[in-house]
Design a protein around this ligand. Structure first.
Ligand code: ADE
Ligand code: ZN
Length: 333
């Protein structure tokens, strides 16, 4: 099955093995964040601390190239044709690498993986909400200045409970004026009001998670009517206790209500998942059929932050693959 994803954080894709080898390289004790080959955290706040600690172990352009190439190659090996990765220049700044070398390393990894496998990828610069308004504005200014053809979107991740969406509006104004696609984490830790605020104030074409919109029927209708796309990450939501299990997860109800939904992995090894597992969950735990899953993949490509020529090429490849599957199914009957 061909796959695509539009919501995965680059440091969140670091496997425990890679993190361990980085810790050995820089002689850092990570027993507080990695035990028995697993990341250690027990709630959202601790997850964010763990994430930032893992990020601090990637310290050079080559480290980021290795991390990115490794993840892109893994995605390509499960037939992923398109990936958008969420990156935060703040993490580059925080370890003294600087935003330029941080982004350059990620681009090196994308180019190397594309050369080897053909996987297409783009970068979404994100501000981390818990680093404060000035840093989020700084991230948007950086994305605007970078004028990097692989940087095509702007996001805000991090601690959703910190401040109000309106506090961060200026960052999104800068990114919008720079021609970047807009998406924002909302309706993950906080409820439906957070999604409404994002729609009213930021006017993004996509929302990161957004699943708690389900708590407000009129908001679900609004999402369906406006076609705003949700970047849904079911395994992440269960791991972070947003929902108790996959049966309680609202992906099915959102899709049936006409909301444009997609399947994503968020921070796969932190949540004991992978994009392949997320597709399996959609099929085996949530009961989506092949056509429904293909429709969600197609939505990712339709909503991708790419130029028209790239989108047309991706959609043509995807549609040709779907057609081949349909012909094979007809032949079998
Ligand atoms: N699931 C998530 N929510 C908010 N910020 C994040 N940063 C990395 N993963 C995140
Ligand atoms: Zn996320």
């Amino acid at each position: 099955m061909l796959k695509a994803e539009i919501h995965c954080h680059i440091e969140g894709a670091a496997s425990p093995e890679l993190t361990l080898s980085q810790a050995q390289k820089y002689v850092v004790d990570i027993s507080n964040i990695l035990r028995d080959g697993k990341y250690v955290w027990s709630d959202f706040a601790e997850f964010i601390v763990c994430y930032d600690a893992v990020a601090s172990l990637f310290r050079t352009q080559a480290d980021y190239a290795l991390l990115t190439e490794t993840y892109m190659t893994e995605l390509a090996s499960i037939n992923t044709i398109y990936s958008e990765i969420i990156v935060s220049p703040d993490h580059g700044d925080r370890i003294g690498l600087g935003a330029d070398a941080y982004i350059a390393g990620i681009c090196d990894g994308i180019f190397a993986a594309k050369e080897k496998t053909g996987i297409e990828a783009r970068i979404i610069v994100t501000g981390e909400r818990h680093f404060g308004v000035n840093r989020v504005v700084g991230a948007a200014e950086y994305a605007m200045r970078a004028k990097n053809p692989l940087v095509t979107g702007f996001n805000m991740a991090g601690e959703e409970r910190m401040g109000k969406v309106a506090d961060y509006a200026r960052a999104f104004d800068i990114a919008r004026d720079a021609g970047l696609g807009l998406t924002i984490h909302a309706g993950e830790v906080c409820g439906a009001f957070s999604v409404s605020d994002a729609l009213n104030i930021i006017k993004p074409s996509r929302i990161g998670h957004g699943v708690r919109a389900i708590e407000d029927e009129s908001l679900v209708e609004r999402l369906a009517e406006t076609g705003v796309v949700l970047e849904v990450c079911p395994g992440s939501n269960i791991a972070l206790d947003v929902y108790p299990d996959f049966q309680a997860h609202p992906l099915r109800r959102l899709k049936d209500a006409g909301v444009r939904v997609t399947i994503n992995s968020d921070d796969p090894p932190f949540f004991k998942t992978s994009l392949a597992r997320e597709y399996d969950i959609a099929s085996n735990e949530m009961g989506f059929g092949r056509e429904e899953i293909d429709a969600m993949t197609r939505t990712s490509l339709e909503a991708a932050f790419v130029d028209d020529a790239t989108r047309d090429a991706l959609l043509a490849r995807f549609d040709a693959y779907v057609q081949t599957g349909v012909k094979a199914a007809v032949k079998d009957t």
